[in-house]
Write a protein that binds this ligand. Structure first.
Ligand code: SD4
Length: 366
């Protein structure tokens, strides 16, 4: 192996990379480097998009997603929608090492964390409260209902093509055949009552008063896009063992319960000692459908260099979603690194520099 040990991190998260480097250069394991490096960002609330006090959901709560993967055993520990516990990456490591499972979510992930000795506390801060209040007041209730739903969700219904006996075959499960007129009709969804525009009215209660029309699969959320700065990290230690991990508080004003790409193995990160690792950041609702980290690792398995592998993974997503925003970083088992991005002017990432004791980590850009 050439550039070993080595760590690589998404975005400008220098302190996290320095911590990982510290662990690795003191003969620590790749798993420890990932856990401790990522934990730095969780404590520092890197860019407000990692850790507590950032990206409140529609209800104002911050929840955390994290993943850690061991490239030697191909085992995974992950948490999704973790509530009221700050150390998401460490809880994920506990899932990895103290359970036979891979992924715990929501309140039960919290319960597990508490049983493991983690401290339970609110993840809301004055900043996240203010951010949520401003958003909430600006929406004035009614638009809030529709906030995460595409306009005209029912327009999906189109005309049927072959009218068989007994009524038309309708093109989607949301369309109902009308045998009298031989047309496809949208289902009769009760129109949500407008919320009274009263200050402080609980929008969520209003939203629940009527069923939420389902957004079509192609929905791209009209949210404040690219509030995306998940930390993703890949490390290789002196023994040649590799690990990868991610941690994020997701996207701002998401529907409570939404989980993005970051904690999904193969999507947020993936690593295999025999090949290398990759991690992704960006528009998680789209990216998770394409498992870009898995794709990048498999590209490297087929012989691609890390940069080309990352580019192939990004290109796969872009083929279907030309306006998506995201990036993939990759590192092979020899410590060679590369990255690719799409839909953003530039994507910075940090790489440790084993040969340079003065500046042990360096920022690069694609
Ligand atoms: C998500 N992918 O939850 C995460 C957010 C993110 O950079 O940026 N990633 O969609």
């Amino acid at each position: 192996p050439r550039n070993v040990p080595m760590a690589i991190t998404t975005w400008t998260f220098k302190n996290a990379t320095l911590r990982a480097w510290d662990v690795l250069s003191n003969n620590g394991s790749a798993l420890d480097a990932i856990e401790q490096g990522v934990a730095v960002c969780e404590c520092e609330q890197c860019d407000g998009t990692v850790g507590y006090g950032g990206s409140p959901d529609e209800d104002g709560e911050t929840t955390l997603d994290a993943l850690i993967m061991n490239g030697k055993t191909m085992n995974v520990g992950a948490v999704g929608g973790l509530r009221r516990v700050k150390n998401a990456i460490s809880v994920a490591r506990h899932v990895l090492e103290h359970t036979r499972h891979s992924f715990l979510v929501g309140d039960q992930a919290t319960e597990f964390a508490v049983q493991m000795g983690f401290h339970e506390e609110s993840l809301t801060t004055p900043d996240s409260k203010k951010m949520w209040m401003e958003w909430h007041n600006a929406k004035n209730c009614q638009p809030n209902f529709w906030f995460n739903v595409l306009p005209d969700p029912l327009k999906h219904c189109g005309p049927y093509s072959i009218p068989p006996k007994g009524g038309p075959v309708c093109p989607s499960t949301t369309c109902m055949p009308d045998t009298t007129t031989s047309t496809c009709q949208p289902p009769k969804v009760p129109v949500p009552p407008p919320c009274p525009a009263k200050k402080g009215f609980p929008c969520r209660a209003c939203r629940r008063a009527a069923p939420r029309p389902r957004a079509p699969r192609s929905a791209s959320l009209p949210i404040d896009r690219f509030n995306h700065d998940t930390i993703g990290m890949i490390a290789i230690d002196r023994k040649g063992n590799m690990a990868a991990g991610t941690s994020t508080n997701g996207v701002k004003f998401k529907i409570p319960g939404r989980i993005g790409d970051s904690p999904i193995p193969g999507s947020g990160a993936y690593v295999d000692n025999e090949v290398g690792g990759a991690t992704a950041t960006g528009d998680g609702d789209i990216m998770l459908r394409f498992l870009p980290s898995f794709v990048a690792v498999e590209e490297m398995r087929r012989g691609a260099a890390p940069g080309a592998a990352a580019a192939a993974a990004v290109a796969r997503v872009a083929r279907y979603h030309p306006s998506f925003m995201g990036a993939v970083v990759a590192m092979d088992r020899h410590g060679n690194t590369g990255a690719a991005c799409h839909g953003i002017p530039a994507f910075p990432y940090f790489v440790s520099d084993p040969g340079n004791l003065q500046e042990p980590v360096q920022m690069r850009t694609v």
